[in-house]
Design a protein around this ligand. Structure first.
Ligand code: COA
Length: 325
């Protein structure tokens, strides 16, 4: 099998920022509650009319420039998202046209907060098998479009953003191991109940706020800690490595308390954990990839380093990945 690695990375966070202090004026909450329970201080929000493809386009342009790669040469585009521009066509198809990448096969991937890890795992298979020479994988979300701004249980948690990577065959390093999983028996504790074929959009679904994210946060918390711990242990074992070999863990950014509980269980010191949740909140499939992009930009990921990506979200799904940078 061919080795598959990262040629370039890029991110885009919308200009508008919503702080905890501003949220205090919208719902019954406090900066103190949000900070201590989640680690979030502020989040970026897309402008009115700004869709997932707009964010994806800006992140993809940066990743392509970083890779010194022409869009016309792209053979595959995967957009991991739960907030695509429209139910059909795919946001990947819209992005292909924006970028000018007519050769690329395109599809969206729905694996919620594990979407980016699922996406690079799928792209890796296509490249390793020789089907395609390269792939653009994007995690892009406008979660503000499915956030109930009257529900304090959820509206303080989410943000908008996009991250992108260009993948191709590499001589050294690359993706060493991936582990994906799902427990479909717990659909009820995190979902958007309205708008699909089960419950199509009607005046009633709109009035009942069914097009927004619903979450049993407390129930999810423990499952998130245990699942992310198990996924990290499994992928490391598959790779034949131990936690002492890991230079940086880049987890999905749902809650800093979840992340630190996972790190503690794994015996990974805090300084080896990358966080951007304080500035970005939870951006679902955009979280892990933007954290990776920022860690690279800050020089926290160096050539030869062993990186562990670890994500968990609605499905319930999980995905972990070991990369040699
Ligand atoms: N401001 C103030 N109080 C709030 C609040 C807010 N924004 N949101 C909830 N509360 C209240 C609740 O109403 C509850 O009040 P009560 O005790 O009077 O009923 C209290 O705070 C505690 O709520 P609880 O849900 O137990 O808080 P928590 O410590 O579990 O934190 C989450 C809530 C959502 C931050 C946390 O559970 C979490 O991060 N869950 C997992 C998220 C996750 O993994 N998602 C999957 C990937 S997307």
């Amino acid at each position: 099998m061919k080795k598959v690695g990262f040629l370039g990375v890029g991110e885009y966070l919308p200009e508008k920022i919503l702080t905890n202090q501003q949220l205090e004026k919208m719902v019954d909450t406090s900066d103190e509650w949000i900070t201590t329970r989640t680690g979030i201080k502020e989040r970026h929000l897309a402008a009115s009319g700004e869709a997932a493809s707009d964010l994806a386009f800006k992140a993809a342009q940066k990743a392509l420039a970083n890779a010194n790669f022409k869009p016309a040469d792209l053979e595959l585009i995967i957009v991991a998202t739960i907030t695509g521009d429209m139910p059909t066509p795919s946001t990947a198809a819209i992005l292909q046209n924006m970028l000018g990448a007519p050769k690329a096969a395109c599809f969206d991937l729905s694996a919620a907060c594990a979407g980016f890890v699922y996406g690079i795992s799928v792209a890796q298979q296509f490249i390793a098998s020789g089907t395609y020479k390269n792939a653009l994988v994007v995690g892009a979300e406008v979660l503000s479009s499915i956030t109930d701004w009257q529900d304090r249980n959820t509206c303080v948690l989410f943000g908008d953003g996009a991250g992108a990577v260009v993948l191709a065959e590499v001589k050294h390093g690359g993706i060493i191991s991936t582990y994906l999983g799902c427990d479909g028996s717990k659909v009820d504790i995190l979902n958007v109940p309205g708008g699909g074929s089960r419950n199509p959009a009607t005046h009633t679904t709109v009035d009942a706020h069914q097009h927004f994210l619903k979450m049993s946060g407390n129930e999810l918390f423990k499952i998130a800690v245990n699942t992310m711990t198990m996924a990290a242990q499994t992928v490391l074992k598959q790779a034949g490595l131990t936690f002492a070999d890991v230079d940086l863990i880049i987890p999905h950014q749902a809650n800093s308390r979840i992340i630190m509980a996972v790190a503690k269980k794994l015996g990974i010191p805090e300084e080896k954990v990358y966080l951007n949740i304080e500035r970005c909140g939870n951006m679902s499939s955009a979280s892990t990839v933007t954290a990776l992009v920022e860690a690279v930009a800050e020089g926290k990921v160096k050539r030869g380093d062993i990186i562990l990506l670890d994500a968990f979200g609605a499905g319930l799904v999980w995905g972990a990945c070991i990369i040699k940078w």
